[in-house]
Design a protein around this ligand. Structure first.
Ligand SMILES: Cc1ncc(COP(=O)(O)O)c(C=O)c1O
Length: 415
């Protein structure tokens, strides 16, 4: 017998058309504050463009903090999702599903690490990596029970859970959320000597972002990542690279660590892995590391669901072509050249790699937030970070002309 569910009528007030201003007001009362959104209400999107409720178009130069590396609604990703919606969407890992193994195999081949632990959000991947590193420390390295430490970098951003904010040095992220999880040490970023000095017999892992995104696209000196690799190998410490924002084509290579030809012991991916459609994250590592997890010791109801695996496999297929990495490299020069011409004209400095840039705005012309708001009025979406910095991370499908038009708008609002 087949059960056919009745289709309920949608609640009237939730479907009645409302203006952007009405929806912003409703968000302000119906939703808890966590982000501080710019005043634009997106109703539709395609490629590098979004459209608001009133039909105004904006060039998306943020791309969901790099979750939309392939643009909004990439046809191949939408097609993969639609196909999977007609088959099966969720099994939980109480059972196997026919999509997950293929996803893990293709992802392993793409990045060169043999096992995958599928999760959903970036924060979950980070949490999972910390658990795996601790277990590895006790079972493989021989660290005394409950003594394992993980070294992280000042200025880090790895997510918002209680353990992750425990090792943040951003008071806005931490304030009021204690007590905090012990077992972390913070060292200055891009400082190998400080890292070496912090490593001792309790150190399970070093967890860093190869480029610090939220801190303002901070790119470490040449040789730093190679140095971290050599140091961690020499001291029997796991190197965990959080590439949740820097990975999957953004910087012109599949992974940002590839700029220094480095392979970490554990790699964290998220954001773009879900193609901007579903949350998909993953921890990748060798069997000697991820093999410490045994049945029942970790889990996630949605982690590795067939819809996520189908979209993730389609994302990997896009990256296998090399097209998006090449675009990020080539168009990165357009972005870099344009930003160089703004230095001294309202921009005090910038850092860029591939299609990713942190731009420091002269406080005399406005805060990062004010510049972002002025850009909304110019039809360009970016986001500020840490007071006077704005972040540019357009979809890798953006064109050179679109980047130039965004930079022209930036020049106008700085002028
Ligand atoms: C480097 C890095 N790690 C982890 C996260 C957390 O990801 P999520 O918001 O999906 O939990 C982010 C989010 O911005 C990030 O940039």
């Amino acid at each position: 017998m087949t059960y056919t569910a009745p289709v309920p009528a949608p609640a009237a007030e939730a479907t009645a058309p409302r203006t952007s201003a009405e929806l912003i007001r409703a968000d302000g009362t119906a939703l808890a504050h966590n982000y501080h959104p710019l005043p634009v209400v997106v109703a539709r999107a395609e490629g590098a463009w979004v459209e608001d409720v009133e039909g105004r178009r904006y060039l998306d130069m943020l791309a969901g903090y790099s979750a939309l590396n392939f643009g909004h609604r990439h046809p191949a990703l939408i097609e993969a999702a639609k196909r999977q919606l007609d088959e099966v969407t969720l099994t939980s890992r109480a059972f196997h599903n026919d999509r997950l193994a293929g996803f893990a195999e293709s992802l392993s081949a793409l990045v060169g690490l043999e096992m995958t632990l599928p999760m959903n959000t970036g924060a979950e991947a980070v949490e999972s990596a910390v658990k795996v590193a601790r277990k590895w420390a006790y079972e493989v390295k021989g660290v005394a029970e409950d003594r394992a430490t993980v070294i992280v970098a000042a200025g880090n951003f790895h997510g918002r859970t209680t353990t992750i904010v425990s090792f943040s040095d951003d008071e806005v992220a931490r304030g009021g959320f204690g007590p905090f999880t012990p077992g972390f040490r913070i060292v200055p970023y891009d400082d190998l000597a400080a890292l070496e000095a912090a490593i001792d017999e309790t150190t399970a892992a070093v967890l860093i972002e190869p480029i610090q995104g939220e801190a303002g696209v901070i790119i470490p000196s040449d040789g730093y990542l190679r140095g971290v690799r050599e140091l961690t190998r020499r001291t029997n410490v796991l190197f965990i690279a959080d590439e949740i924002q820097s990975g999957l084509g953004r910087t012109g290579t599949t992974l940002a660590v590839q700029h220094e030809n480095v392979l970490p012991d554990m790699l964290l991916l998220g954001k773009a892995l879900g193609g901007g459609i579903v949350p998909v994250s993953a921890v990748l590592a060798g069997r000697d590391v991820l093999g410490v997890l045994r049945p029942g010791e970790h889990g996630s109801t949605f982690g590795g669901n067939p819809l996520a695996a189908a979209v993730g496999s389609a994302v990997v297929a896009l990256l296998e072509t090399g097209e998006y990495q090449r675009r990020a490299r080539e168009l990165g020069t357009v972005l870099d050249t344009g930003l160089a011409s703004l230095v001294g004209k309202g921009v005090t400095g910038y850092r860029s790699r591939g299609l990713w840039a942190g731009v420091d705005v002269d406080p005399a012309v406005g805060t990062g937030r004010e510049i972002s708001e002025r850009l909304v009025r110019e039809g360009v979406l970016v986001k500020d970070t840490h007071g006077s910095t704005i972040r540019l991370a357009p979809p890798l499908t953006v064109t050179g002309e679109e980047i130039e038009s965004a930079l022209d708008a930036l020049a106008r609002v700085l002028g």
